[in-house]
Unconditional design. Sequence first.
Length: 220
Amino acid sequence: MITKNEILSAMQFRHATKEFDSSKKITDSDFEFILETGRLSPSSYGFEPWQFVVVQNHEIREKLRPYASGAQKQLSTASHFVLILSRLPKDMVADSDYIKYMMEEVQELPQEIVQAKGTTYDKFLRTGFRLQENERVMFEWSCRQTYLALGNMMTAAALIGIDSCPMEGFESDNIEKVLIQEGIMDPEHFGISCMVAFGYRLHEPNKKTRQAAEQIIRWV
C-alpha cells in the first residue's frame, strides 16, 4: 500500500512545469497508467462527460500554438500533450441518447432504475443547480467534471515521478476550429475544456508556496 508520506511527497514534487526536457519520453506503460486514472475518475451521476485527446503529432501541435499563449513551451517540449474535451449540453440532458447509452449500455442498469435515475437527474438539472436554464452554465458544469480527471492524472503522474502542467491559456474558439479542421473533434458533441502536458522537467522549480492550513481550513 502506498503511504501517506509518499502521497504528500508527490504533491510536493508536482508543479506546473513550463518547459520539459524534450529528450526524455514517457514510456507507453506509464502513460497508459496516467490515462487510466483519468478514465476511472468520478463524475456526476457517473456520466463521464469527457474525452481525452493525446496530441503526439507535432504538426498539429504547431497548428494549436498560435491560439495557445499559455502552452508555448509545453507544446514543443512535452512528451505527451492532452486536450480534454467536454460533452455539450445536448448530450447531457436527461433524455439524450448519450445519457440513455450511459445508463443502459455502460452502467448496465435495469430499466426501472434507468427510469428512476433519469427522473432524479432531470430534476437535478432543472432545480438543483438550475443548470438547464443556461447552455453555457451547463457546458461549464461538464467542464468542471473534467477537472476531476485532470487532477487525478496529474497526481498519478507525480506519484511515479512524471511532471505535468494544466493549462487554460488558449483561445477556445480558434482551438476548436483547428480540431474540427483536423477531424479530431466532433463539434456536434464536444467542446474544449482544458489542456495538460506531461513529461520531465528541464529546470528545477522554485520553492512551493501555499497558504497555511489554518488560513484555509475551518472546523465548525
